[in-house]
Design a binder for this molecule. Sequence first.
Ligand SMILES: [Cu+2]
Length: 165
Amino acid sequence: MRRTLSTLMASSLALLVIAAPLAAHDYTLGDLVIAHPWTRATPPGAPVAGGYLAITNKGGAADRLVAVSFAGASNVEIHEMKMDGDVMKMAELPGGLVIEPGATVRLEPGGFHLMLMGLSAQLTKGQTIKGALTFDKAGTIAVEFAVEALGAKAPAGSADEHATH
Ligand SMILES: [Cu+2]
């Protein structure tokens, strides 16, 4: 009995330790819900990184993500991926990223993303980096980007963390 109890306690403790860094962080700005801004650890000297998050518009009118800032980046661009002949290329979205009413727009590896340019320091897994998102109608909100592992395809703890797309 004593042994079972301590085993139980040990496994609950282990769960707690694992669960803590996986906590999602969401923000609400007017009708917009911003889910889990994150980026990836960078190799030494890397000048750019991708930034990812999801935005849900619970309102009745479209809004647009028009500007983003990230501490330690000299400039942030909002990018889309599109085919140029047979080649997938990324390009800055002119006019920002539209979020239609009722829609969730995901910025994720391989799709829409933030391009964090001119990084002044290496990004290390486990850091949180301050930034801000500015929307055409809803205004500006301060957020924090979680730095995930180098090469992560999705934030830790999400269902498709191990997906290979
Ligand atoms: Cu890009």
